[in-house]
Design a protein around this ligand. Structure first.
Ligand code: NAP
Length: 338
């Protein structure tokens, strides 16, 4: 009998690529969606052998459905967590489902006899609250939750991964837990219901980002993130492991320049202007998105992914390819009209 894995949040960007790879590798997949009303459309987008994927309704905010979804599974990829495009006023809108949802999935996994639990965390749980400057982060680093100004998303990912690790340490028994911490995930887009990370490329392409602040991030391809999850689901001795999933650090200016260089006239609306830091600081007084980047201005946050490469033989595509593939898909899907 094939191994069966539960992938939570089957409607999501990363989960879609992960489910496809798992099915291609011979797994049976259970997946959760908040409502089974989404099943038909997600099945159509996945375009895999329908008999190899079963859908279950389960919300991160409620106990219903998790036990049924886990039944018969020997592994879990807990991917679901809120990733909004905007910034909620109340951080608990993200923290509560991220943390309590992970704990619900863990409790149900243990009760079902799952032996491997891989959780999609984020570099948001690693590299914030450290101040400006040039940093290189590893899996040993944790975002400092005592620092002011952390975004609700950063708080949610840090709190959720901490809570999951604490739960496993005290109640997990023989279940092996490990986390994957991606940076900004780009690459092909499979649906018009795209992830918030892709919005950066969308805003550059459609010209709604009129100038680039001096701000950057690590980039990783969604196909490589899916591949790292599969490796973590199958490699021996993963208990307690943590893997950064990131390619190199890149500034927004460089992303814009890559789009202009690679896409020709399709990138005509991509800005050539930069925003001085002082303008971002003033905008941060009333604009939540500017406020979210103001602490990052001029900083370099390298995410060292050598652990995943050494332990799991993981490799990444060049970030340039992921950026261009994102842009081409957004244009092909009609999400951006160049
Ligand atoms: P996404 O496309 O927005 O997927 C998020 C998934 O979580 C969706 O399936 C969503 O379901 C589900 N979800 C959200 N709130 C839920 C709730 N209350 N109950 C049940 N399901 C809920 O984003 P993604 O990029 O694939 O992100 C997947 C994971 O990767 C998240 O844990 C995210 O934090 C992490 N991550 C993403 C990035 C990135 O740059 N994209 C980077 C680092 C880590 P609906 O479709 O119903 O909303």
């Amino acid at each position: 009998m094939a191994d069966t894995v539960l992938v939570s949040g089957g409607s999501g960007y990363i989960a879609g690529f992960l489910i496809r790879q798992l099915v291609a590798d011979g797994w049976m997949v259970h997946t959760t969606v908040r409502s089974l009303a989404k099943e038909a459309v997600v099945r159509q987008l996945l375009a895999v052998d329908n008999s190899r994927v079963r859908f279950f309704a389960a919300d991160l905010n409620a106990d219903d459905g998790w036990a049924q979804a886990m039944a018969g599974c020997n592994a879990v990829a807990h991917v679901a967590s809120p990733l909004p495009t905007g910034i909620p006023k109340d951080a608990n809108e993200l923290i509560v489902p991220a943390r309590d949802g992970a704990l619900r999935a863990l409790r149900a996994a243990k009760a079902a006899g799952v032996t491997r639990f891989v959780m999609t965390s984020s570099v948001a749980a690693i590299s914030y609250g450290r101040g400006r400057g040039v940093h290189t982060f590893t899996e040993a680093d944790w975002t400092d939750l005592s620092k002011p100004g952390l975004s609700p998303y950063v708080q949610s990912k840090t709190v959720a991964e901490r809570a999951a690790r604490d739960w496993v340490a005290s109640l997990g028994g023989d279940m092996e837990y490990c986390s994957i911490c991606p940076s900004v995930v780009l690459g092909p887009v499979w649906s018009k219901d795209y992830s918030a990370s892709v919005v950066i490329v969308k805003k550059l392409l459609n010209g709604s980002m009129g100038a680039c602040p001096d701000f950057g991030f690590g980039v990783v391809d969604v196909r490589d993130v899916a591949d790292l999850h599969v490796r973590a689901l199958t490699a021996p001795r993963m208990g307690g492991e943590r893997f950064i999933a990131s390619g190199r650090f890149i500034t927004l200016r460089e992303v814009a320049d890559i789009l202009r260089a690679q896409l020709g006239p399709q990138a005509n609306k991509v800005t050539t202007r930069n925003i001085p830091d002082w303008v971002v600081r003033v905008a941060a007084l009333f604009n939540p998105l500017a406020k979210a980047v103001v602490g990052e201005l001029g900083s370099v946050r390298n995410q060292d992914a050598s652990h995943a490469k050494a332990v799991l033989g993981w490799a990444t595509r060049p970030v340039e390819q992921s950026i261009v593939d994102t842009a081409r898909c957004l244009i092909d899907l009609g999400i951006v009209k160049p």
